[in-house]
Design a protein around this ligand. Structure first.
Ligand code: NAD
Ligand code: UDP
Length: 321
């Protein structure tokens, strides 16, 4: 019998790559998405397969699904800071009500459950790099609080379903991930820099660009997610690439890759923008035998090929910055 996995947020950037991976491993997949920040373009190549189904549904509403499920993988949530600033209440609802509904479905079907959590649970961290044991430094009432607190609530709810109902839950704390299928106007740093360079807009670096992020290529991240899903680890696991870059270095690297790119323009740093971020991935190495293998430059080249192709088809696209 083919095992079926529900991927909420399955038409998004990460969710669609996860659908591809799970189908490739022989699972049947149901992608559920309300398309608030995702697109059916990301799963168009899967439509018509017997082992794939798309359901247009908002997971903050009750989820009706009759079939047996092997897994529920909850990726639905705006993830770009620009998106969750545009949809603050929705972000809180999908992290709370959406997580509750997804957990309830996993419990009813006896399915394993994986939550896509985030490095944002660490906020603007005072411990560096960040191990899973760090509780974080989050401003609950700042503009980013809607995302950070929704994910912190989602983690608490996930652990409660594990402890109270015995649901086989996993929590992935995902650090900045990039790759093909990110929206041209997604608003996160790498898509912004690529679309700006391709469209001749200035490259917008926020603050002085000395803040750091650790960027992971999507194929590596998805491999880590699958390993976590198959593992018996219930405590949170950091998944990300420990290679730490300043934002300016990333902007310069993308300018060089594209060639003849517009200059950098410095803008105000958004409120509560974390100053540093780097995953401590010892747990993933030890328990999942996982570490990212793709060089950042190589990942950027794959991403840029995809961005160039889509930009040619939509040459009037501009970033929101
Ligand atoms: P994305 O915006 O491309 O994908 C999110 C998807 O969820 C979209 O398709 C959106 O339409 C869908 N969605 C949102 N609310 C929904 C709802 N109520 N019902 C059904 N579908 C809904 O973002 P992404 O980068 O693919 O992120 C996916 C998940 O991974 C998110 O939960 C995010 O918090 C987490 N994450 C991503 C990163 C990253 O770097 N990409 C880092 C940390 C965590
Ligand atoms: N950033 C930037 N210019 C942009 C978009 C983002 O300098 O056009 C910065 C942002 O302020 C942050 C870093 O790049 O310091 C990563 O931002 P992103 O939105 O990708 O994700 P975050 O890690 O903040 O969730």
């Amino acid at each position: 019998m083919t095992k079926t996995i529900l991927v909420t947020g399955g038409a998004g950037f990460l969710g669609s790559h996860l659908c591809d991976r799970l189908l490739g491993q022989g699972y049947a997949v149901i992608a559920m998405d309300n398309l608030i920040t995702g697109s059916t373009d990301n799963i168009a190549h899967l439509i018509g397969r017997d082992d794939f189904r798309f359901i247009h549904h908002d997971v903050t509403e009750y989820i009706f699904l009759a079939e047996p499920l092997y897994g529920v993988v909850h990726f639905a949530s705006p993830a770009s800071p620009q998106d969750y600033l545009d949809y603050p209440i929705h972000t809180l609802k999908v992290g709370s009500l959406g997580t509750h509904n997804s957990l309830g479905l996993a419990k009813a079907r006896g399915a394993r459950f994986l939550l896509a959590s985030t490095s944002e649970v660490y906020g603007d961290p005072l411990v560096h790099p960040q191990p899973e044991s760090y509780w974080g430094n989050v401003n609950p009432v700042g503009p980013r609080g809607v995302y950070d607190e929704a994910k912190r609530f989602a983690e608490a709810m996930t652990m409660a379903y594990h402890r109270v109902h015995g649901v086989d839950t996993k929590i992935a704390r995902i650090f900045n991930t990039f790759g093909p299928r990110m929206r041209l106007d997604d608003g996160r740093a790498i898509p912004n820099f690529m679309t700006q360079a391709l469209s001749g807009q200035p490259i917008t670096v926020f603050g002085d660009g000395s803040q750091t992020r650790s960027f992971c290529y999507v194929a590596d991240l998805i491999d880590g997610i699958q390993r976590l899903l198959e593992s018996d680890r219930h405590q949170p696991v950091n998944l990300g690439n420990p290679e730490e870059w300043t934002v300016t270095r990333m902007a310069e690297t993308i300018r060089e890759l594209i060639g003849d790119a517009p200059p950098i323009e410095y803008r105000d740093l958004p409120v509560d923008d974390p100053k540093v971020r780097q995953p401590d991935i010892r747990t993933a190495r030890e328990h999942l035998r996982w570490a990212p293998g793709t060089a950042i430059d190589e990942g950027l080249r794959h991403t840029l090929d995809d961005f160039r192709r889509r930009f040619q088809a939509a040459p009037h696209t501009r970033t929101r910055a």
